[in-house]
Write a protein that binds this ligand. Structure first.
Ligand code: F6P
Length: 545
């Protein structure tokens, strides 16, 4: 039996970690720091311009050794190799998982089903480039000969969260003469508000959908088509100038009325939540231009190479993934807070939610057996310092253990007075306060009356990582996203799950299709749901009348 196929909980490292946890769970971070005056330098690593301080975690050298042993026993090395060489590691969909090919430089070989996919990736990049140049320069004209000033991306999930996050994150680098909007929700308000102040003659829609069948996206795309046609004299030929598509499904794109010459292709080996650097990034390239987009791809690639080639003890995504396992499976932590101290990263936690939770929210192993341990934690967060005045109270003094990732940049993109020093001071202060807290003695020494002391005590011992980079650039964004992508992969390998399918979204979709028919069909249609669902549908049907 290969090492990696042994059940997780029967692995020597897993068992040793369980015993080790019992030994160190009561050792406070204060003690760990007191024991080793160099701990703050010791548990750090830096690669490709990303510095990780993981010293404020509840770990010792022994913990790291055992976690690394777990990675080895789980066959992580061979699974990384399998992903990079195009093996069909998404077993339930029988697909290769090759987002790394999207940022592979020209000349690399990555073969799927006997075909090198890298030239195809670069052909699409070239097509995107020439399209973006034409739109950004004003050469691409709308139906009435006006230049395009507004771009609306219509998509959902990976076909929205990546584009909107990248746009918000890289706004500093974007063409401010153009307006970018993102429509995802089937709630009509999303579309209505996105176009309320736009002129159809200057508006280009990008319909982004891997499958081109997703209910929300197709509904919004048809509404956009009606809106555009209504504003352009109802002339069908205007669609060619105001709609382009990003998809793997040429037949459906054609059916919708978009010329496949204006379709930007990607492939079934790109998962939706791993697609922001494929043609799904068309709106990103339109906003920031080719050079910046290429720099972002280069950032992704640098992290890919780091992940592929660096020994695990210095490997950023591996360390981040293993720490997540440590808290999730041994401390019983249920969530991870991601706290970017950078306003431009305000959509980053939302992006990470799909990346992490759609990937690792699984309850069976690759072989279809129920897992007997916890898998994917809940990822959430908000930018600092806003979160500090909202939910940090619970992280500091609540009853739950919430490991935190703090993300910050040494140089500000908008240097204004002392703002950046204050921002960074808050990052360092929060991680210090979480780790060391404030004892009853310290609180008393400040003259606090006895009755108030318990309320003002901070127990500390709250773990965090600090991730620092020089400045938020397109290249840094690529590195950051790839860091989390590969951390998710690392966790999925250890849990022996398929991180690349998403069957859990199916049931709700199917039921919604059935209920749409019941809501819009004859009022006397007999309902065969449970009594609660029947009652809710009936109530809505009556209100509609
Ligand atoms: O939520 C399920 C899902 O399939 C995601 O994985 C995907 O990103 C999203 O729907 C959108 O799918 P598509 O790009 O095919 O419209």
């Amino acid at each position: 039996m290969a090492k990696s196929s042994k059940s997780l909980t029967r692995r020597p490292a897993w068992k040793a970690l369980g015993a080790h946890y019992k030994q160190i769970r009561d050792t406070h971070l204060r003690q760990l720091f007191a024991d080793d005056p160099h701990r703050g330098e010791h548990f750090t690593t830096e690669a490709v311009g990303i510095f990780l301080d993981y010293s404020k975690n509840r770990i010792t050298d022994e913990t790291v050794k055992l976690l690394l042993q777990l990675a080895e026993e789980s066959g992580l090395r061979s699974r990384i190799d399998a992903m990079f060489k195009g093996d069909k590691i998404n077993v339930t969909e029988k697909r290769a998982v090759l987002h790394v090919a999207l940022r592979a430089p020209k000349g690399e070989f990555i073969v799927v089903d006997g075909e090198d996919v890298v030239p195809a990736v670069h052909n699409v990049l070239d097509k995107m480039t020439s399209f973006c140049n034409r739109v950004r320069s004003g050469e691409w004209k709308g139906h009435t000969d006006r230049r395009i000033r507004n771009v609306v991306n219509i998509g959902i999930g990976g076909s929205d969260l990546g584009p909107v996050m990248a746009y918000e994150t890289l706004k500093h680098y974007s063409d401010r003469a153009m307006t970018f909007r993102f429509v995802s929700n089937v709630d009509g308000t999303d579309f209505a508000e996105a176009v309320v102040d736009l002129d159809p003659a200057e508006t280009l829609f990008i319909v982004s959908s891997k499958t081109f069948t997703t209910l929300e996206t197709m509904t919004n795309a048809h509404t956009a088509r009606d809106w555009s046609l209504a504003g352009l004299g109802g002339e069908e030929m205007s669609v060619a100038k105001h709609f382009v598509a990003v998809s793997t499904n040429a037949a459906e794109v054609k059916k919708f009325g978009i010329d496949t010459a204006n379709m930007f292709e990607f492939w079934d080996w790109v998962g939706g939540r791993y697609s922001m650097d494929s043609a799904i990034g068309l709106s990103t390239m339109l906003a920031i231009g080719l050079e910046n987009f290429r720099a972002m791809l280069d950032g992704f690639h640098q992290m890919d190479e780091h992940f592929r080639t660096t020994p695990f003890e210095k490997n950023l995504p591996v360390l981040l993934g293993l720490l997540s396992i440590w808290y999730n499976d041994f401390f019983g932590a249920q969530t991870v807070a991601v706290l970017p101290y950078e306003q431009y990263l305000k959509r980053f936690p939302a992006y990470l939610q799909q990346l992490t939770m759609e990937s690792n929210g699984k309850h069976v192993t690759l072989k279809g057996k129920d897992v007997t341990y916890n898998t994917g934690p809940i990822y959430w967060g908000e930018p600092g310092t806003n979160g500090q005045h909202s939910f940090y109270q619970l992280i500091h003094q609540g009853t739950r253990l919430i490991p935190c990732d703090f993300i910050a940049f040494e140089k500000a993109l908008n240097p204004l007075g002392r703002h950046h020093d204050m921002l960074l001071a808050n990052v360092f202060a929060q991680t210090e306060a979480l780790a060391f807290g404030k004892t009853a003695e310290q609180v008393k020494a400040e003259g606090t009356p006895d009755w108030l002391v318990p309320h003002r005590v901070f127990k500390g011992d709250r773990p965090s990582n600090t991730i620092l980079a020089e400045q938020l650039t397109p290249e840094t964004l690529g590195k950051l996203v790839a860091l989390y992508e590969h951390s998710v992969f690392t966790q999925g390998v250890i849990w022996q799950i398929d991180s690349f399918d998403q069957w859990g979204v199916e049931l709700g979709k199917v039921l919604a299709q059935r209920i749409i028919g019941e809501i819009e069909g004859p009022a006397d249609t007999v309902l065969n749901h449970d009594s609660s669902t029947n009652n809710l549908i009936n109530r809505y049907r009556k209100l509609k009348e």
